[in-house]
Design a protein around this ligand. Structure first.
Ligand code: ADP
Length: 427
């Protein structure tokens, strides 16, 4: 230690070192908190501690206004301050922020900008203030103030510590604000999504009753009436059936938002799934003069499935094959083991799918080609629903095609149940 150092000098150095050490600790703490209220409290506590002040407050910039809002304050009765706004123009904090300069006011009562409403409000006597701007990447976040130094006046060291603290605080507050607004946006989106799903569920439910009346009446007329009326009834019936299919797809959209707990999984023989899907599709294929072939897996295998939704996923794919394949052609449905998965394949030799569309067709409401033509009808939901259901079964679904008019092949890969469970099932 140099001989010239006086004890007072050493004491100042030691205090400086302590304060800087404390600042390093504080910055580590600030970087690890993303929750705004505790973060603000911690900043105020740190500020009063390193400047030996009686109280502190944090004013944050009000987005889109020319005011600052008290976001946190310490000292007697300080809670009454939270939410209070002060104008940028006629306040000390406003001046600090606009000039982007720290400011010491040793005797507040002499100062024209002192915002007396604050003192009156919380029954606190402000003598002196040190305010520093909190700015990050040129963006004003707010102002950090300490009030009433316990001994002596705020000085250059206090300004230095507070400036360092304000830099860290600005970054931490901005991060916390961003996280908060992201959380809010996420909540709003979730709400909106729920609203949409509820609307679809209610609307499709409400449409069903009048539709079944139309279906019943049109069927009756087609059977009972003669000549032209019967033909009209037939047209009405076909339209009503089409509408009924659309409503069905809308209702099935619930599978897209459903979570796993809503599914009832059970061991299911793969061949049961295949033959049921085959039975459901056969009348459609026959109506278009198509052949529907089925090849079952060579040895029995089991998957863990909720039968009805998985059947829906597979029939959606099969119905597409029928729809997008010309009359008289062949559709084939087959299944085989592939490692620890069952691969169910639906192939057709229909209109095919361009390579760049192979993934997009799984998006909701997406159809290949001009959406205005909608030549084949449908809502573009069948594959979205199929994928959601298959994924709930821990499986995958994808499409392959050699291109337009070269047919398509859809594969559903589902995890096979381990053989012991199959064994149990056979007993
Ligand atoms: P939708 O059949 O109601 O239009 P999907 O989600 O089931 O809705 O299918 C989306 C789109 O994928 C279809 O509109 C069609 O363009 C294309 N697509 C699906 N299956 C086939 C297929 N087997 N062959 C050719 N294109 C297909």
């Amino acid at each position: 230690m140099p001989k010239s150092s006086s004890p007072a000098h050493v004491e100042t150095l030691r205090a400086d070192l302590n304060a800087l050490n404390r600042l390093v600790e504080i910055s580590a703490m600030l970087a690890s908190t993303l929750d705004l209220p505790p973060l603000l409290n911690y900043i105020m506590q740190a500020a009063t501690e390193i400047t030996d002040a009686e109280a502190a407050s944090i004013l944050l910039v009000e987005e889109g206004s020319d005011e600052l809002r008290f976001a946190a304050a310490s000292g007697t009765d300080a809670q009454g301050l939270i939410g209070l706004t002060v104008p940028l123009e006629h306040s000390i904090a406003g001046a600090v922020l606009m000039r982007r300069q720290p400011c010491i006011i040793p005797d507040v009562s002499q100062h024209p900008r002192h915002f007396q409403r604050v003192d009156r409000l919380i029954d606190f006597h402000t003598r002196s203030i040190l305010g520093v701007p909190m700015v990050i990447r040129d963006q004003a976040v707010g102002v950090l103030e300490v009030i009433n130094k316990r001994r002596g006046q705020f000085g250059n060291d206090d300004v230095r510590y507070m400036t360092l603290l304000a830099m860290q605080a600005a970054a931490a507050i901005r991060n916390a604000q961003l996280v908060r607004s992201l959380e809010k946006a996420y909540e709003d989106l979730k709400q909106l999504h729920k609203l949409k799903t509820d609307f679809i569920a209610i609307a499709s439910h409400e449409l069903r009753t009048p539709l079944s009346v139309i279906l019943g009446y049109a069927t009756f007329l087609r059977e009972e009436a003669q000549g032209e009326i019967s033909e009209h009834a037939e047209t009405v019936l076909n339209s009503a059936l089409q509408l009924s299919n659309l409503i069905e797809s809308m209702t099935n959209l619930r599978y897209v938002v459903m979570d796993d707990t809503e599914l009832a999984f059970q061991p299911l023989p793969l061949s049961d799934l295949l033959s049921e899907a085959y039975r459901e599709t056969l009348p459609l294929a026959q109506a278009k003069g198509q052949r529907l072939e089925m090849r079952e897996p060579p040895s029995p295998c089991y998957i863990r499935a909720d039968r009805a939704p998985l059947l829906l996923a597979l029939t959606n794919v099969l119905h597409n094959a029928v729809k997008f394949t010309p009359e008289g052609e062949t559709i084939s449905l087959s299944a085989e083991r592939s490692g620890d998965e069952a691969w169910i394949t639906v192939s057709d030799n229909g209109i095919g799918i361009p390579p760049e569309e192979l993934e997009r067709i799984f998006e909701a409401f997406y159809q290949v080609g001009d959406p205005l033509t909608r030549r084949y009808g449908g809502l573009g939901l069948g594959l979205t629903i199929a994928r959601a259901i298959v994924e709930r079964h821990r499986g995958r679904i994808w499409a392959a095609s050699a291109g337009p008019n070269k047919g398509s092949r859809f594969t559903l890969a589902l995890p096979l149940l381990p053989s012991q469970q199959e064994g149990q099932h056979h007993q």
